[in-house]
Structure formats: C-alpha cells, structure tokens
Design a protein around this ligand. Sequence first.
Ligand SMILES: NC(=O)c1ccc[n+]([C@@H]2O[C@H](COP(=O)([O-])OP(=O)(O)OC[C@H]3O[C@@H](n4cnc5c(N)ncnc54)[C@H](O)[C@@H]3O)[C@@H](O)[C@H]2O)c1
Length: 355
Amino acid sequence: MGRKMGFGIMGCGMISEFHINAVDALSDRARLVGITDSVRDSAERMSLRHGGLKIFDSVDDMLSCREINAVCICVPSGYHADMIIKAASSKKHIIVEKPLAITKEQLDDIEKAVEENGVTLAVISQLRFAKDIKRAKYSIDSGELGKIVCADMYMKYYRSQEYYDSGAWRGTKKLDGGGALMNQGIHGVDLLQYLAGQIKSVFAFSKTLSRKIEVEDTLCASIEFDSGAIGVIQATTSVYPGYPRRIEINGDKGSVCIEETAMTRMDIAGNSAEDLTFRPSFASGASVAMNISNDYHTLQISDFIDAVKEKRKPAVDVREGRKAVDAILAIYKSAREERRVFIEELNPKPNNDYC
Ligand SMILES: NC(=O)c1ccc[n+]([C@@H]2O[C@H](COP(=O)([O-])OP(=O)(O)OC[C@H]3O[C@@H](n4cnc5c(N)ncnc54)[C@H](O)[C@@H]3O)[C@@H](O)[C@H]2O)c1
C-alpha cells in the first residue's frame, strides 16, 4: 500500500455521500480511487456532485483494481454479506455500513471470510465516536454510576410512507432484514450494549401499525443484561413528529441520560457540581434520515486507517458489529415465538462435555 490508502465506494445512495466526504476530510492519509453502483445514473450523479469521480463498471471491476486497498460497502443491507465475502477474497480491507448483515448465516459466513483472508473489517457504528458517548462510557466503566440497575433505549422516530417507498429494498424482509429496529434502532442497540454491556435475554412485542411494509414499524422489548441489570428497548418509525432517541443508564450511585449523541443529564451521588441538566444542540435523524453529522463517520474511518496500518483491530470489528445484530435477531425471534429468548440460543457455545 502506498502512503495513502486507496478507497473504492460501492453503492452511491444516501449514505455513500458521508463516506465520500469522510475520505475527502482524511486526504492526508486516504484517497478516493472511484465509485460504483448497479444503477449507472446514480454513480454518474454522485460523480458529478463531487467534481468528476472515476466510475467502475461493476463491483468486480472495482475489486480488480490494484490501487484500491479498501472498500466502503454502502449498498442495501441484505447485500452486505455477498459484497464483504467478495471483497475479502480479493484481499481488500472493508468498511461496511450498519447492519453488518441481517441473518445469522450471513454473520457466520462473514466472520469466516474475514478471518481466512486476514483482512481488516470495520462496521459503521459512528455514534460511538461522539464525545458525550465516550464521557458516559467512562462514567460507567470507572464505577462513577455504581452498580448499573437499569439501561434503556427509547427511539420514537418518524419515517413517512414515502421514505419506505423511496427504495424498493426499504421495509423488506429480504434486503432491510427488519424495520424500525434493524434499520434505525440498531444504532441505539449498539450504544446500549457498548455502554451497559452484553444483553443476555429478551422478551418482545413487534407490530406493523401504520406503514405498508413487510417488517415491523413498532417494537418493544424487555431486556436482561449479563450484569443482571434490566431495561427496555423501544423502537418505532411511525410516530409524528419524531423525538430524539433517548438512552438512560441508571446505577445505584448515579445516572446519565443521552439524547441522540448529547448527554442531557448527569447526576452522581455526593457530587452536586456534576448534577447537571444540559441544553444540547445536536443533529438528529429523528424525523429526517439525512439529518446526521458527517464528523463521526470521519472519526471512525480514521480509526480504520490507523488499525490497518498498525495491524490492530478497529474500534468496531466483526465481533463488535455482530453483537447488535445478534440482539436484534433474538428480539425478532422472541416476538415471533412469543417467549423469552437467550442470545446464546442463536450462537450456542460448543458442547465440550465429551472432550
Ligand atoms: N450509518 C448510518 O447512520 C446509516 C444511515 C443510512 C443508511 N445506512 C446503511 O447504508 C446502507 C445503504 O443505505 P442508503 O440509505 O444509502 O440506501 P440507498 O438506497 O440510498 O442507496 C443504496 C445504493 O446501492 C446501490 N446498489 C444496490 N445494489 C447494488 C449492487 N448489487 N451493486 C452496486 N450498487 C448497488 C443502489 O442502486 C443505490 O444507489 C444500508 O445498509 C443502510 O442500513 C447507514
């Protein structure tokens, strides 16, 4: 690899713009070699918007280009696994948009392909890079909040029917993999586990109440963490006008409340100077999908470049990226089967009784 990492971008829809801007912002270490899309017009429009980018005729064409060291996979979620496996076998490093994949079989195949080919893969979980999220994580990990008792994620968003109709893949089982939780809610599920630890078991209700889609637009789950803490995950895209996503972590010595990526309350026992209520300003995708900040994608792609150079794991590798999807698949299974589901049921540990 030359001094600058060469990037190719697969898929030229809404989120690809954030990757193009991020690579541009990291131009001291990264270079955008080209883009590709199965719809030629989409690639051409994107190319024009960014002053004439090189367009590859196909994903295979892009993967055969030696100047490309890494690809950003920005295609519909149901295609992530196929593209990751192709890119890994071409020995390209990979950044893939969330969700990493949408079925257990895809997740297993991805893990195998990445390991066998020795490439680096990062799953976009850009919100983990926000300053207040890091502050909250520090409070929890350092014990400032004491023993965590409750950890909740409430996402009450608005996506219109037109939003779902704007792409044939949106709201479908095969390519979106789920609805409010798998597409929008996954960010909150990722943050909740990043902050409060691994979810152990779930019990959920899932409904499609007001959108004409194959998947859920509204869902609620009771959850139990490995630590013993309990909580709630609520996700909808059907409520007007859409409120900022809220995460609350409550311990026996303190509590934090986070709206989108901003800490809005922090109360720590015996430290009244820290008992704060903030009035934050933040970008929020609560009502409009595009209204999110580009900064966090830039920070995560910067971490990925460093990880490849330093031959270390990126902040969100395959294992980290699949945790959110595993929890979501367990929640869907629980709603379908109307029972409590343990995450471990999805990925049982090998039985070593006879070893
Ligand atoms: N991190 C975030 O906050 C965030 C936000 C939005 C979307 N996403 C994720 O990004 C992915 C894309 O979402 P989007 O909103 O940009 O979708 P989109 O529909 O706007 O764009 C997808 C693009 O991929 C192209 N495409 C489809 N199949 C292809 C193929 N086989 N080869 C090449 N190109 C192909 C389509 O023509 C389209 O231009 C999804 O997985 C979504 O979950 C992440």
